[in-house]
Design a protein around this ligand. Structure first.
Ligand SMILES: [Zn+2]
Length: 83
């Protein structure tokens, strides 16, 4: 079971799923790394919880699964989306 570190990167690039500390950092990253992507999404992890014991909630896993499916990546949590 892989543990993702969501704590220090509440903002995420919708293109490569890289995490960033601020929305501006994501915008700068998109301009820099994905200049040809016009409507690259910027995602904000709302359920940000600090602490080493943090586990993603089902809702957060569903968001991750939705992202993975949208990007054509395999996910173990597709059932959360009713698929
Ligand atoms: Zn990116």
């Amino acid at each position: 079971m892989s543990k993702k570190n969501h704590n220090s990167a509440p903002w995420m690039c919708g293109q490569c799923k890289h995490g960033f500390r601020s929305q501006d950092a994501v915008r700068m990253h998109i301009n820099d790394a994905h200049p040809t992507i016009r409507n690259c999404g910027i995602y904000h992890r709302i359920e940000q919880v600090a602490g080493p014991e943090y586990e993603p909630s089902l809702g957060e896993r569903a968001v991750d699964a939705e992202l993975a499916l949208a990007m054509g990546e395999p996910t173990e949590d597709a059932w959360l989306l009713g698929e």
